[in-house]
Design a protein around this ligand. Sequence first.
Ligand SMILES: [Zn+2]
Length: 279
Amino acid sequence: MRFFFLVIVAGLSYFLSAEPTERGILASEALKKLKEGNQRFVEERVMRPNQTFDRLMKVSTGQHPFVSILSCSDSRVPPEMLFDQGFGDLFVVRVAGNVADTDEIGTLEYGVGHLGTELIVVLGHTKCGAVSAVAKGASVGGHIPALVDNIIPAVKKAKGEGVKESGLIDRAIELNAFQGIEDILIRSKEIRHLVYQHRVTLVGAVYDLSTGKVKWMGEHPDQERILKFFASEKSHTEGAEGSISKPDTGKKKESSTLKSPSAVRSASDGDAAAESAGP
Ligand SMILES: [Zn+2]
């Protein structure tokens, strides 16, 4: 009797949850879909999938996007268009300079923890005004300094690489995409745990405004080192989804205590003279 009850319950829950969605597709498959979509876009043979009213109705009852994307607010960088996708496909955070600060990271935690996306793309773009402003040392007011301070490490790194002045902004834009990944990995225990478990992949990319093409840069070059630095955390093998609700408070106050990539490197190398992440 109990067995039949379990069968009925299992069957009912399957029926209730069964939807023709792409929820939980592998990061590699998600990346392939994005690459193919961008290729169609570049070659002007877009299919505009999932942009019908039917699709709109279908996803009105729930969303199962196949990727989370952190990109810039720039009006020339609309992810659904440049990846040739539609309603319910992409879970997108857009913020000037595609920076990963508290709210952006919280949103991405929701994307991977609750919506089940296995891929996070941090997407920069050429001629990014936010990165350019930092690289040129432009004077900004209001709340903008608190925003662009997230970009400063990338510009410092680009300068540290000895890049020529003419290529400085382009390089800073690439490094800023990696900076976003780094900030996510350093600040989000939840996402870091999913990366440890090979359940989430983070890749950097840069969209070229003049060609429409996305340049894929892969994982953060120091990802292993960053993960290793945090590997001593007691609970890193535990499931992370249940702890998504942990508040990340002190949005800007916290930034002064964040570990910069150099700090992570220095600390993991046993060097006590870690750099500050601040400007
Ligand atoms: Zn931008």
